[in-house]
Structures are given as structure tokens and as C-alpha cells.
Design a protein around this ligand. Structure first.
Ligand code: 4AD
Ligand code: MG
Length: 460
């Protein structure tokens, strides 16, 4: 039985076995108290061992913090507050090793910085155990949300020849010998000799491929790892992160915004319901009041604002920004946070951005200047979703690509969708780690993914 299950059981007359790791140990004259955890829940099982009983003193001595143990005993009603049962152990066995004296995890609060340096051990702490359980629950909720609505899960490739966002921030994939590169007649690297016969990268988004499935199967989504070689050392950027990207056929920007709002609310509701103990922990120790904030987001409709209106708000407050806002500029995190924290005091969906600061595939508005883009901004973080209605008109799309110096030959298969039975379609990408940050209140994105990959950081 997992400890979560044991803690919900009634006292019983037949002995049960619990296996886990000693979290804390307390000794009195006649008895020894162990708190044993196995990761299934934050709270451990209280195990009580009679010192004059069958457990050898030597074993009790070795059962220190971090030791892996197997305990057998009866469950009795617990006199302690906050737990239904405890175990009166008749047997205690040390399974495997006992941590040596240099075990870095002590019974005290460690800083997140320190824990990042021991990322292999941090899942043993309360915070990282809770993050792992919440991350798991959110992944499940994401699939439930889409599956309940009839969306198909499509596995888009990780290695790709095209740059979805057109920003060039990609990791290259090659089997060429870097010390001895083959050259073509012009003296440049001959990618014809590379594994795939052309230059390839790790994907920045599964969107272009998922659009192909959307234009055949209707509502689809992809959920997988994505990679960005952005040189930004911030609390919200990872080089490897997970993205959820739904794509809907016969759907315009309005339907897309509706889905994004329903989606976020569904996930928040699911976590509050299914991870109550972990959320109480975050609420108390990580960000006071985070639970109320999430409930408020669930209860209120999201606000909407065009980019042009957003710029009007921002220019009124320009004296408080490092980067002064004006029409045409890309929104900085400070701008996004001002809009959502001060102006809207809750999530806001900003639409119709200037075409020059957005990707080539977004549908051009009639004004010829803006595109049908939508970013969802939330307090504390700024952007967590980026999406749009897609340009389904072939000539307009080709014109955009030419303006942006994109090589049509790399996207020929994407362009063909516009020639063979195109429909209005829309989708978005949600940064999974950003949503976990929002839910848990954790400030640094490095703390919501098991093994973060960031600039100059690839240990573990
Ligand atoms: O706005 P982005 O770049 O949009 C796309 O990739 C589109 N192809 C999505 C689509 O329409 N299907 O990225 C989407 C989201 C961002 O809003 C952000 O939450 C997250 O992905 N994101 C990152 N998260 C962590 N680290 C990074 N370096 C991120 N870059 C983007
Ligand atoms: Mg974006």
C-alpha cells in the first residue's frame, strides 16, 4: 500500500507493510517515532517503535533521515492532530543504504538556489515533491480537457527542418564532424552530407505540423517538449520547455480565445480539487493567498484589449517603465505585468498586434497593419499563451514570407495546405512551466521542471 492510501485507512487488526524513506526521527525514553514518506502524499506516516520490542537497537540507530525502510505493523487511531492513523511497528528493516554523514538535505529550509545545485536530491523535499505531484495532475488535466472535447492528440516531431516562429533561435542537430566539416563548392558547410541531407534543428513549436492534422481531422492538439536557444537568463525562460498547442479547424480568433479561457480555468479548477494538500502547502509557504487568486481567475471572465488600446494605456504610464512603450514596439514583461496587474487586475487577452512583431503565419487584418494574434497575460508572469488565427490565403501568406525573408522552399508542405481545401483555423501555445509557476506561486521557472536546461546549465 502507498502511504497516501494507508493514511486514509481505518485502524485494523491485520498487520500491513509500509515502505518509504525516513523524513524525521524523534526519540523518547521508551519509544522511537519515525515519519516515513513515499512521495504519494506530502504527509508521512507516523511509525512508532517500542524500544523494548523486537527491533534491534542497531537498526533503530541507523534509521536516520533519508534511510530507506520497510515497516510492518498494525494501524491504530492516532491521538495526534491532523492524522487519522499511525503505525505501531512490530518490525523495521533498513532496505538498501543509509545516507552517509555528508547527506546535504537537513531538517531545515534550504534555499531554492542551493537546491538547484542538488537537483538530483531536491525531489525529496516537500516543495519539489509537491511540484512533481501538481505537474503530474496538470498533465493529466490537459489531456482530460481536450479528450472530453473530442480533440485528437497528435505527436509532432522533435527534429525539424523548418523554423515555426521564424526567429532563428534554434538548436542545430547534426552528426557532422565539427572538427572536420565537409565543404561544398562555395566553401560552405555541405549539409547534403549531414544525417538528414539538409540542415536540421530541434523544434521550437509543433504548430506547423499540427496544422496539417487540423486541416484533416478538425480539432487536434500537441503536447511535448520544445527548444529555444534564446540567450535570456530570466525567471521565465527555459531552453527546453513543454508546450501545449491546440489547433481548431473552422475556427476564428473568437473561438480560439474562448478555448484558451476555458482551458486555463479547467486546469486551475482541477488542481484546486485534486491537489488540495499540495496547494495548501504552496498557499502557506510559497505564495500567501495563491489559492484565492486562482479561485478568482476561475470565477471572473477574462478581459480583452487590442494591442492599440494596450499601447494607449501604457504610454499614459511610460514614466514608470525602463523601456518606453509606443505603437509598434514588442511588449516587454514590465508592460505585460502593468496591463494585467494594474489596468485589468486579472488575466487579459491582448489581440491584433502589429504584423511586424509577430510570426509570418498569422492572419492579416483588413487594415494591412495588424494581425489576428492573441496573447494571454496573467499577473506575476505576463505572457503565458501566444496564439492566433492563421493566414489561410495562399497569396497573402506568400507575400508575408517574402517580406520576412523566409525561404518558401522550406515551407512548401505548409503552403500546400492553403492550396488543397483550406479553412479558417486557429490555435495557440501554452507554456506548461509558466502555467505551473502561476499555479504554485514559484518565482523561478527552474523550480517547476525536474531538470532545467538554461544558458550554461546542463548538469544532471
Ligand atoms: O508565443 P510562442 O512563441 O508561440 C508559439 O510557439 C506558437 N507556435 C504557438 C501556437 O500558436 N501554436 O510560445 C507560446 C508560449 C508562450 O506564451 C510562453 O508561455 C511559452 O510558450 N514559452 C516559453 N516558456 C518557457 N521558456 C521559454 N523560452 C519560452 N518561450 C515561449
Ligand atoms: Mg509569444
Amino acid at each position: 500500500m502507498r502511504i497516501k492510501e494507508i493514511l486514509q485507512s481505518d485502524p485494523c487488526e491485520t498487520p500491513i507493510t509500509a515502505k518509504g524513506w525516513v523524513k524525521t526521527k524523534r526519540d523518547s525514553k521508551n519509544v522511537c517515532f519515525l515519519e516515513v514518506t513515499d512521495g504519494s502524499t506530502m504527509k508521512g506516516l507516523q511509525v512508532i517503535i517500542d524500544k523494548s520490542g523486537a527491533v534491534p537497537e542497531e537498526t533503530l540507530h541507523r534509521a536516520a533521515t533519508g534511510a530507506s525502510v520497510s515497516c510492518i505493523g498494525l494501524l491504530s487511531e492516532s491521538p495526534a492532530k491532523g492524522q487519522k492513523v499511525e503505525m505501531q511497528a512490530s518490525s523495521l528493516e533498513i532496505v538498501g543504504t543509509v545516507p552517509t554523514e555528508d547527506y546535504p538535505l537537513q531538517k531545515k529550509r534550504h534555499s531554492f538556489e542551493f537546491l538547484r545545485d542538488i537537483a538530483h536530491l531536491r525531489p525529496r523535499t516537500n516543495t519539489f515533491g509537491a511540484v512533481a505531484r501538481v505537474r503530474n495532475a496538470m498533465s493529466f488535466a490537459i489531456h482530460s480537457f481536450f479528450q472530453e472535447r473530442g480533440f485528437l492528440y497528435v505527436h509532432t516531431p522533435i527534429i525539424t527542418g523548418s523554423d515555426t516562429e521564424g526567429a532563428g533561435q534554434m538548436f542545430q542537430v547534426t552528426t557532422l564532424d565539427m572538427e572536420n566539416l565537409p565543404r561544398n563548392e562555395e566553401g560552405r558547410t555541405d549539409y547534403g552530407k549531414d544525417f538528414f541531407g539538409s540542415k536540421t534543428h530541434m523544434t521550437v513549436s509543433g504548430q506547423l505540423q499540427v496544422e496539417n492534422y487540423c486541416c484533416a481531422l478538425g480539432d487536434v492538439y500537441t503536447f511535448g517538449p520544445t527548444f529555444r536557444a534564446e540567450n535570456s537568463n530570466t525567471t521565465r525562460h527555459l531552453a527546453e520547455f513543454w508546450m501545449i498547442e491546440p489547433e481548431m479547424a473552422f475556427c476564428e480568433l473568437e473561438g480560439n480565445m474562448e478555448l484558451a479561457e476555458d482551458f486555463i480555468k479547467y486546469i486551475l479548477k482541477y488542481v484546486l480539487e485534486h491537489c488540495a494538500e499540495d496547494m495548501d502547502f504552496f498557499n502557506q509557504w510559497v505564495l500567501k493567498g495563491v489559492k484565492d487568486t486562482l479561485q478568482e481567475v476561475i470565477d471572473k471572465p477574462f478581459q480583452h484589449m487590442t494591442y492599440t488600446d494596450a499601447i494607449a494605456e501604457l504610454t499614459k504610464a511610460n514614466d514608470r517603465f525602463d523601456f518606453k512603450a509606443s505603437w509598434g514596439c514588442d511588449l516587454q514583461t514590465e508592460h505585460e505585468r502593468y496591463l494585467t496587474e494594474e489596468v485589468c487586475q486579472g488575466p487579459v487577452i491582448v489581440t491584433d498586434y502589429p504584423k511586424d512583431i509577430k510570426a509570418f503565419y498569422m492572419k492579416l487584418n483588413d487594415d494591412g497593419k495588424t494581425v489576428r494574434a492573441m496573447d494571454v497575460l496573467v499577473p506575476r508572469l505576463g505572457e503565458i499563451i501566444g496564439g492566433s488565427q492563421r493566414e489561410e490565403n495562399l497569396e497573402k501568406l506568400q507575400a508575408r514570407m517574402a517580406q520576412m525573408d523566409l525561404d518558401e522552399s522550406e515551407y512548401w508542405w505548409y503552403l500546400e495546405l492553403r492550396r488543397f481545401g483550406t479553412v479558417p483555423h486557429s490555435g495557440f501555445g501554452l507554456g506548461f512551466e509558466r502555467l505551473i509557476q502561476y499555479v504554485t506561486g514559484l518565482q523561478n521557472i527552474r523550480d517547476v521542471i525536474p531538470f532545467p536546461r538554461t544558458v550554461k546549465n546542463i548538469d544532471f
